[in-house]
Design a protein around this ligand. Sequence first.
Ligand code: GSH
Length: 214
Amino acid sequence: MITLYGASASPFVRKVLAVLAIKQLPFEHIQQMPFANDAEFKKISPLGKIPALKDGDITVCDSTVICEFLEDSYPNPAVYPIDPADKARARWLEDLGDTKVAELASGIFFQRFMRPMVLQQATDEALVEKIITQQLPPCLDYIETQVPAEGFIFEDFGAADIGLISSFINASYAGYEVDAARWPLLASFIQRVKSHPAISPLLTTEAQMLGLAQ
Ligand SMILES: N[C@@H](CCC(=O)N[C@@H](CS)C(=O)NCC(=O)O)C(=O)O
């Protein structure tokens, strides 16, 4: 039996939830919160970060490592392309989502949602403004060149699609939407990913958990 540890609204947990949904794998979900400094949890996630996953006796942490473990263990349906060049591009776009996009878009969510609502800290609005007006635009200019006008990045919906945009879902919970007039391909791609049958039910659950109307 698979057990996934991690709060549903984390962009990284969401990516693993999407892969579990695409592969139709049954699992138990423990809503482990980040920043909990939980000694028991650190036994399976040494850095204390979410997500982590157990499959029988095997424990795996880091969302990308987990998705690749699931792909290797349960190959069908695939969430990464087979062709080596496509697979390398998929990993790059997923990594971009997990790193630069997460730092910036999830940074908006962290400042405007996590800090006031969970950590009882004040939002650094000057930092949010800097992210939105200075730091995100060059990143969005690049992503605009990478997403298709229709469909998904590769033939089948997979880890690169949700990995690239997962943090924009968090940013939208904090009132930030990609400007469709400036980045039309990315704005419509985000909407298509959000409407995908593997993602849409996850967002309904998240909205309920976060107390947001959908
Ligand atoms: N590279 C990791 C990043 C995971 C991550 O940063 N998760 C955040 C929550 S969204 C976390 O657990 N933060 C707590 C901390 O940094 O201590 C992955 O892809 O799983």
